[in-house]
Design a protein around this ligand. Structure first.
Ligand SMILES: *Cc1c(COP(=O)(O)O)cnc(C)c1O
Length: 470
């Protein structure tokens, strides 16, 4: 027995010999040598161990060994952060990175990433400039706001705003608006972190103007704040103080009014049933400061946009947290390019992927689903493929009650269970993320780009042969 094993171990190729194999030449230019050597060593060590411990009774062919090594190298080269195909139909899928950017925004990122830029340099005057200028120029032009700046995300924007305008002061907020967004952002906690003191007024379902007036303490109150209930709605016997009235109250009490509006919708989407407040409507009320996310319905990069009255924005720009929360040149480039798209709203609905996906008419989605279904049917034998109407969510904690009319390709395998198909699709080189509905695999075409069809079809073709084998 031991003799047999010793014999087998002798048959294992030497590392140096394997490294000469031409199947590895392909990797030599694009892969650090250490990664190749490690992969070879690991696979050979495992083989030796398996033989010694009696788990294998054959060395196998050189071909199988090399295939295993090549797979190991490819696995090691895989980036942790990778592209996936979103076949869930949820446009702003938080786990899948929210918004994907317009072509123009991506080009801008590439351009500034590989070159020096005028990030903090005034080319006209040949002197130091401010990184805030770039987005401020376009944003003030498009929205009419007096001033603007961008920080890391909306959570940072809220924190900076409260710290700069209301540290050690009371900030009055309605009890119905003490929002929690995705676990870590909670209005009361951000408030505490910022050094402002939360004065919550009214009740969960009703807050009146008099509630704000009664909570006002001269010399103690620093600001009034309204928070958009992005990811929930209070229905029934309700009352809230609308923005114009909040602005009136602010004037009366001589206090800044801050509005955390969440999504930062720039294009009116009421025709699609999306009833989120728009940036322009908010600014029209004469509000002092608005805060919103870059990567929700705005459809840009992650960021927190602060816009409003210059005197307040200047205070925020000068605050130490502004440095801690500042964004890099790539975010600024993508943000500027995204806002530039909004110079023509009709065009923006096509070029900004988030808007495009939300506004695609159901009939178009049906055609798209038919095309994908047709391709899968044409190239496989062991799947039942149907097109079904479905309801899609905007996601990302936006427009929580809106259900968009969508279409999905519903697939059932002859022998593969939906959970198994789901797992196999996730294991693809470009993982395909789907949902299972009514015990079927649903490929919701709203969030799938046409150029991604071929990957999906190839994945089903590969699974098809698996089903034949059993
Ligand atoms: C999403 C959201 C936030 C947090 O924004 P991030 O950009 O994710 O940090 C804050 N406030 C409201 C009302 C939101 O909807």
């Amino acid at each position: 027995m031991m003799e047999d094993r010793r014999e087998l171990l002798r048959k294992i190729p030497k590392i140096d010999e394997v490294l000469q194999d031409e199947r590895l030449f392909f990797f030599t230019e694009s892969t650090p040598r250490a990664v190749i050597v490690d992969s070879v060593r690991e696979v050979i060590d495992e083989l030796r161990k398996d033989i010694l411990e009696g788990r294998r009774s054959q060395v196998g062919t050189k071909e199988t060994l090399m295939t295993e090594i090549v797979a190991r190298i490819t696995g090691k080269k895989k980036k942790s952060l990778r592209r996936v195909i979103n076949a869930t139909g949820v446009v702003l899928h938080t786990n899948l990175g929210r918004a994907n950017l317009s072509d123009k925004a991506c080009e801008s990122i590439m351009d500034v990433a590989r070159n020096y830029t005028n990030l903090e340099y005034d080319v006209k005057r040949g002197s130091r400039g401010s990184r805030h200028d770039h987005v401020e120029k376009i944003l003030t032009k498009i929205t009419g706001a007096e001033a603007a700046m961008v920080v890391n995300n909306n959570a940072a924007a809220t924190m900076l705003c409260l710290s700069a305008l209301a540290k050690d002061k009371e900030v009055i907020v309605s009890r119905g608006e003490l929002v929690e967004i995705g676990g870590s952002f909670r209005v009361p906690e951000i408030m505490e972190q910022s050094g402002a003191r939360l004065m919550d007024v009214g009740t969960t379902n009703k807050t009146k103007p008099s509630d704000y007036l009664n909570a006002y303490h001269e010399g103690e109150t620093g600001a009034l704040m309204k928070v958009h209930t992005s990811n929930y709605r209070i229905l029934g016997f309700t009352q809230e103080v609308e923005l114009p009235e909040m602005v009136e109250l602010g004037k009366k009490l001589n206090l800044p009014v801050i509005y955390d509006m969440g999504s930062g919708l720039m294009a009116d989407l009421t025709d699609c049933g999306v009833d989120e407040p728009t940036v322009l409507d908010a600014l029209k009320t004469g509000i002092d400061v608005i805060l919103f996310s870059g990567d929700k319905l705005l459809g840009g990069p992650q960021g927190g946009i602060i816009a409003g009255k210059k005197e307040y924005i200047d205070k925020m720009k000068a605050h130490p947290l502004a440095r801690a929360f500042r964004v890099d040149k790539m975010t600024l480039a993508a943000m500027e390019a995204t806002f530039f798209e909004y110079s023509d709203i009709r065009q923006a609905r096509k070029t900004i992927p988030v808007l495009n996906m939300i506004t695609t008419p159901a009939a178009e989605l049906k055609d798209k689903a038919e095309r994908l279904a047709g391709e899968i049917r044409r190239t496989t034998h062991n799947f039942t493929v149907e097109v079904e109407a479905c309801k899609d969510q905007v996601g990302g904690g936006s427009a929580p009650t809106v259900l968009l009319d969508g279409y999905a390709v519903a697939v059932q395998g002859r022998t593969l269970a939906p959970e198994k198909i789901e797992r196999l699709l996730r294991k693809e080189e470009i993982p395909i993320i789907i949902r299972i509905t009514h015990n079927q695999v649903y490929l919701d075409v709203r969030t799938i780009r046409e150029d991604e069809f071929e990957y999906i079809v190839a994945a089903f073709t590969a699974m098809d042969s698996r089903q034949v084998e059993g």
